[in-house]
Design a protein around this ligand. Sequence first.
Ligand code: ADP
Ligand code: MG
Length: 467
Amino acid sequence: MATLENKKEKEAWENFLFSLENKLPGFVSPWIKDLEPVLPLFENSKNDIFLIKSSQSFGIQVLQQKHLKEVEETLFESTNLKRSVRFILDETIKPKKKQKQTLEQKEHLEIAKKMENMTQMHSFCGLNLKYTFENFIEGENSRFAYNIAKMISETPGQKYNPLFISGSVGLGKTHLMQAIGHKILKNFPNLKIRYTKAEEFGNKLIESLNSCKNTSDLNEKMRKFRDMHRNVDVLLIDDIQWIDGKKRTEEEIFNTFDALYHAGKQIVFASDRPLSAFELIPDRLRSRFEWGIEANIKIPNLETRIEIVKHHANLSNYPISDDVALFLAQEYNSNIRELEGAYNKISARASIEGVELTVDIAKEYLGFFEKKKKITIENILETCAKYFCVEKEDILSSARAKEIVNARKYAIYLSRELLDLSYPLLAQEFRKNHTTIMYQHEKLKKDISQNKAMKIITDELSQLIQK
Ligand code: ADP
Ligand code: MG
């Protein structure tokens, strides 16, 4: 442990580990052996928070979630440091000695394997331990955003301020934004970081404004609120699109931004919408967002998706074969959250049922072999109405507007094709006479055979109906 050069410190740390091991249940002890202080012990005395690192993500979760109080007490007893303890994951640390797993520990790991999202643990400043740069697979789709994020975590508040990360849902914006937080914590453990979602920010603001009894109460509550968001070195605000058009929150974000920006603090926003698609924000706030840089994350290509799902599988302690990774990456091609969700679902089930995860098993677990939904006139009408943006009742009426006529003719055609109903029965359902129905069906059939666009529409509708 290079950081514990000083003999006294080394002894104090060993003392702490030894006491902790004695205090906590036996199965925890192999994880305790691997703990290391992030800073030299007594340098920590300047901070309120005591950072402890380890390479064992699950061990950290157990200690943080179940034994934090004992860890803090023991730290105080052995080192005289009264601090809030926070654990950080550092996969670069080599485990001390390959410990033989105890039975109890094995059981815990089994449970962990079966948990859908074992790494979903939030540490002190609201960061998810999984969302680090090390766990982010960089691809062409994210290279620009990734490089800027890295630069920011080396020199926060200096260049690229604010960073505005945009991209559609499930593409890694939150991950990348939190990776900045983790890295800054590692590079500069004294800096204060706050991660919040815009909605949480807005709700807390309104709560502070609404719940006060008198002016001094209001002032006190607002002081606390502002302190929480302005008394930081790095502010990460996620899902900022939420504020668009919410005047009071926009104003508070504007003031928070100015206070932090002028003090040289780093601000990062993430948004499901590009800045250009914000419609209602006031110009002065838009211009603040534009002061820095916007980095857009796009959909990753197949190779990157394969890499992402494999990495996620390894992290979750349940690796998958190349075939299964390829299958998942092909099926889930536009949202990594869904891709990981599919993996979580099938790996949890395979591990509980003790079967080997093959592509066929994956298909079965994901319902690919399930019988197609039962088709009814009702759902043909609903799908066609939705597709052409009309009402179901319009289709059954005699209205002649273009979209309604279109919706009606496809609904009639598909009812005949998919349900094989007789013309008189269809006539009854569609409230028309049966020669009209027959004519409509024959006409569209002919049109489809000659017109590619109409064929595509029919196929799309047919797929939607059967989905
Ligand atoms: P967003 O905020 O854009 O909606 P998230 O950051 O929440 O998306 O990402 C959804 C999930 O996909 C997370 O579990 C995240 O770790 C994972 N993910 C997304 N992109 C990547 C990537 N490039 N490498 C590794 N994991 C990723
Ligand atoms: Mg997000």
